[in-house]
Design a binder for this molecule. Structure first.
Ligand code: ATP
Ligand code: MG
Length: 417
């Protein structure tokens, strides 16, 4: 009965979990709006080329993880594995260049065919930002500080470490590439097949390999930091100065390279020790060549994305309380006439903005139990006796105190409570 099971790596979120998920998203929206970011909603699928041409032929996403299909019109489409390529495609196809600089926030599902485990899903969700059109390292500082600000708002800033590196400019990477290839060529026979394949196409990617054997070789590889030109060193220094000025702690990790082809200069990750091996919660970097690679006007960009599931788990681990939904008023009718009266009342109360739970069935005790279960703060009890007196019993479910309230005064009384 495979059809009745959820697809491997997907997850149903029940209301309580969704509440935390939404909380994380809303916090991200609020914090980023303080920095002038506005929400962009791009489609969940794009032409396959949007990703295949930008993320890099040798990236894990393109080689192994994309959900690609041919639609009925014969086009090759892909469910978005990440947000940046779609935002840049929207920037180009919308002809938005005259509006630069632009600051976009996005949220929503992403799809990658990976091996599912805790914190690693095939449909997961991200919140992310892209800042387009600013070459100045101040943009890097602001975008990274904003990330830390969000983590602090979620109560997890102090449980993460900001790891920072520079990939330098195109010239620096070219210089380094030659040195790195020479080194790796000496270890060719011990490299994984994937890495052998990447040696010509994108040797820097090998630094990010998850293969044990590769990692041992990479551990002794020459470092990019020793091959940076002056401009790249200056840029990186400015980023570090800015972060220090803003009081954002970081550690330089010279071995940090991001898994996608389009990054240059700043690369960063916020990692945590609290989530086991899925320790990266938020990651990003600068991508000055991406938009021109896609055929758009040369436009610098910087951004990050965070996994909502990982942020949720971490915030829970750290004890962050998510505000609960408003406690309802339970309406408890006993008998047909009372039911009709309370049905009318339920409509009025809800339109007055109050949450109402109708007790549909069972004896008084059962209905009050249900009221408890939905965390009702008040119960309005109405039976034949009360109806005759034209007054309902209103019980405070926390204190147990109760009083009789005239039926025609109920809406006013309850909306005041
Ligand atoms: P990893 O090294 O863990 O595979 P990545 O480099 O592929 O991460 P990015 O593409 O940088 O991840 O995505 C940014 C963030 O999105 C990650 O830091 C993580 O929080 C989240 N994320 C990425 N892939 C998944 C996934 N399969 N399931 C859940 N969250 C994910
Ligand atoms: Mg990955």
């Amino acid at each position: 009965m495979a059809a009745l099971q959820s697809v491997r790596g997907t997850h149903d979120q029940l209301p309580e979990e969704s509440r935390r998920h939404r909380f994380v998203e809303e916090k991200a929206l609020t914090v980023t709006s303080l920095y002038g970011f506005g929400e962009i909603m791009t489609p969940i699928f794009e032409f396959t080329d949007v990703f295949a041409r930008t993320l890099g032929d040798t990236s894990d996403i393109v080689t192994k993880e994309m959900y690609t299909f041919t639609d009925k019109g014969g086009d090759s489409l892909t469910l978005r594995p990440e947000g940046t390529a779609g935002v840049c495609r929207a920037f180009i196809s919308g002809g938005l260049a005259q509006h630069l600089p632009l600051k976009f926030f996005y949220r929503g599902p992403m799809f990658r065919h990976e091996r599912p485990q805790k914190g690693r899903l095939r449909q997961f969700h991200q919140v992310g930002v892209e800042l387009l059109g600013v070459e100045n390292p101040q943009a890097d500082v602001e975008v990274i500080a904003m990330a830390r600000h969000l983590l602090d708002e979620l109560g997890i800033g102090q449980h993460t470490t900001l790891e920072l590196n520079t990939l330098g400019d195109v010239e620096s990477r070219e210089n380094y590439r030659q040195v790195l290839v020479a080194y790796l060529q000496d270890h060719l026979s011990s490299l994984s097949d994937d890495s052998k394949n990447r040696l010509d196409k994108n040797p820097l990617r090998i630094l990010d390999s998850k293969d044990e054997g590769d990692r041992k070789i990479v551990a002794n590889a020459p470092l990019l930091s020793q091959h940076l030109n002056e401009a790249s060193r200056g840029f990186f220094a400015k980023v570090q100065e800015g972060l220090s000025a803003l009081g954002v702690p970081f550690t330089v990790n010279e071995r940090l390279v991001r898994g996608l082809d389009y990054y240059g200069h700043t690369a960063f990750e916020f990692t945590t020790a609290l989530l086991g091996s899925q320790g990266t919660v938020l990651a990003g970097g600068r991508y000055d060549t991406l938009i021109s690679t896609m055929g758009g006007p040369a436009t610098p960009g910087i951004g990050w994305a965070a996994g909502v599931e990982r942020l949720s788990m971490l915030s829970q681990e750290a004890g962050l309380q998510v505000p609960e939904a408003a406690r309802p008023i339970a309406l408890v009718p006993m008998g047909e006439a009372a039911q009709a009266a309370l049905l009318k009342l339920s409509g009025e109360l809800r339109r007055a903005g109050l949450a109402v739970e109708m007790g549909y069935a069972g004896n008084l005790g059962k209905r009050l139990k249900r009221a408890d279960k939905v965390r009702a703060r008040l119960a309005v009890i109405l039976g034949d006796d009360e109806l005759a007196k034209k007054a309902a019993t209103v019980r405070d479910l926390d204190s147990g105190e109760q009083e009789a309230v005239a039926l025609d005064a109920l809406v006013q009384r309850l909306s005041g409570k």
